[in-house]
Design a protein around this ligand. Structure first.
Ligand code: ADP
Length: 222
């Protein structure tokens, strides 16, 4: 049995976090915990909580820290995450979220194995975001350059593959600006604690996955 892992993946929008986190979760047999996917699923379910989250998401704004932290805490307490670990995608994004995560994991005796910054510059990120398409059912990510095999029908689940509602130019600009202001400082924060590795996000999904797995495995052997 492959050993589990406890990972945080940072990287600006368009770096390929979603694609790589799905693959890493499969590789290490751990849950993929994407705060964006959790919010999108509650929007789709039409819950009260989803309606509140949707307002922020459509405007490209961050959902308030206390809401996001509560959602992540609940997910990481579940049995699969406790037993095997997790790949955190899209969390933490602010200093308050990083501190809350630290406290959560400290309380549970589950230290992170590694934090990875998936690096891409803003120009490449914008290009990828314009081309991004997602399955509205299972959240598998495609692009206009790598579409599903048949007519925008998800290869994985048969769901409809669409452009995300918040992938508008304005919302993307706002999210990238927030990333630079609020999330970039976390890279230094994790680096100072010797728990950060930078990985180049440019290349085919298979190449980037190989880089990630090799960095993670060598850290776990240390
Ligand atoms: P992206 O990385 O393209 O911004 P995500 O799918 O990660 O997309 O997130 C979509 C939206 O969900 C964000 O714009 C934000 O409104 C909300 N969200 C997700 N994660 C967080 C977080 N950690 N803190 C605050 N809001 C979040």
């Amino acid at each position: 049995m492959v050993p589990g892992a406890r990972l945080v993946i940072l990287g600006r929008q368009g770096a390929g976090k979603g694609t790589q986190c799905m693959r890493l979760a499969r590789h290490y047999v751990v849950p993929h915990v994407s705060t964006g996917d959790i919010f999108r699923a509650s929007v789709k379910a039409g819950s009260e909580f989803g309606l509140r989250a949707e307002e922020y998401m459509l405007a490209g704004k961050l959902v308030p820290d206390e809401i996001v932290v509560g959602v992540v805490r609940e997910r990481l307490c579940q049995r699969d995450a406790r037993a095997r670990g997790f790949v955190l995608d899209g969390f933490p994004r602010t200093a308050a979220q990083a501190e809350a995560l630290d406290e959560m994991l400290g309380d549970e005796g589950m230290p992170l194995d590694l934090t990875i910054d998936l690096e891409i510059d803003e120009e490449d990120a914008l290009r990828r975001l314009a081309d991004r398409r997602v399955c509205s059912t299972c959240a598998t990510i495609y692009s206009t350059a790598r579409p599903p095999a048949i007519d925008w029908t998800c290869d994985n689940c048969g769901g409809e593959v669409v452009q995300r509602q918040d992938d508008t130019e304005d919302a993307i600009r706002k999210r990238l600006a927030d990333y630079n202001e609020l999330t970039t400082p976390l890279i230094d924060w994790y680096e100072k604690r010797d728990s950060l590795v930078r990985i180049d996000a440019i290349g085919s999904p298979d190449d980037v996955l190989r880089r990630l797995v090799s960095a993670i495995d060598s850290r776990k052997l240390r």
